[in-house]
Design a binder for this molecule. Structure first.
Ligand SMILES: C[S@@+](CC[C@H](N)C(=O)[O-])C[C@H]1O[C@@H](n2cnc3c(N)ncnc32)[C@H](O)[C@@H]1O
Length: 259
């Protein structure tokens, strides 16, 4: 890929392979400093294995020092520490492409960043993502495992890419074709917005608030839409229609509504 440098840290691990067993109080990191032999794939000798002083916790001062050197962070962080991990990337003003659970969108801290256009969903968020793993990697759940052409793949369920790198789809207008009519689009009890159950139901000609499912974020182009609110109405309760709450709604406005 022509990378100038690549640093990867392990967590509680001494094994330079990808999959950590978390069995060591001290960890290592690997540093690749660009291709020296003119080949496209680095040889193990070109990748230096260096010891860390501690266990490789991303919050440790030595890992923060490594983070500071990075232009772009690409990783699959521990999902239980996702908020903290993203907060650190924002604090150090890093560009990133990271994996997270789809429902991380609904975390207050993450949604706030999405609303402020500081992070967004990356490409390829439709369907199951498969990751090539080594043959000995143990996958207990059958539905998360597949073998294709003799190669083993693993899937992690409903995960999506989160990024702050600009991508083409963020500038592509979603094609809308439905027209607003008050019979078809219910209004919420506790917020001045209409409800659209599917992204494809967003009317072309409504300039007020529209509640949409979180799958909208995969199609979100900030030149076309504005994100107004998440989940709650004016009374700080979940948005409801005749007392019934649809699953998590994001209230948006169509900036290009043809009215
Ligand atoms: C979702 S897994 C991804 C692992 C690996 N990148 C992969 O694709 O299999 C998250 C990883 O973060 C590691 N981890 C957990 N807590 C951590 C921490 N505080 N600092 C750094 N890494 C941590 C876990 O050991 C785990 O390997």
């Amino acid at each position: 890929m022509g990378l100038k440098k690549l640093i990867t840290t392990c967590y509680k691990n001494q094994n330079p392979e990808l999959f950590t067993e978390n069995n060591s109080e001290r960890a290592i990191y690997l540093e690749y400093n660009g291709e020296k032999n003119g080949r496209t794939i680095p040889t193990p000798e070109e990748i230096g294995i260096k010891p860390l002083r501690g266990d490789g916790d991303f919050r440790s001062p030595e890992c923060v020092e490594l983070l500071k050197q990075a232009d772009i962070v690409v990783t699959n962080p521990p999902f239980s520490l996702f908020r903290e991990y993203v907060a650190q990337l924002i604090e150090y003003d890093k560009k990133f492409i990271i994996l997270g659970q789809q429902n991380a969108i609904t975390y207050k801290e993450i949604f706030k960043l999405i609303k402020e256009n500081k992070i967004w969903l990356g490409v390829d968020n439709n369907g199951t993502k498969w990751f090539r793993v080594q043959d000995h990697y143990d996958i207990a759940t059958e539905s998360r495992k597949k073998i294709e052409n003799g190669k083993k793949y693993f899937s992690m369920g409903s995960i999506v890419w989160f990024t702050n790198l600009d991508i083409k789809k963020r500038h592509e207008d979603l094609t809308l074709y439905k027209q607003y009519n008050p019979e078809e689009y219910a209004k919420y009890d506790n917020y001045d917005a209409i409800n659209a159950d599917k992204v494809s139901d967003i009317p072309i000609d409504y300039s007020g608030g529209i509640g949409v499912p979180i799958t909208f974020l995969d199609k979100y182009n900030p030149e076309q839409f504005e994100i107004v609110k998440f989940r709650k109405g004016d009374d700080d309760r979940d948005l409801s229609i005749n007392g019934q709450c649809p699953y998590f709604r994001i209230v948006i406005k169509n900036k290009k509504a043809i009215v």
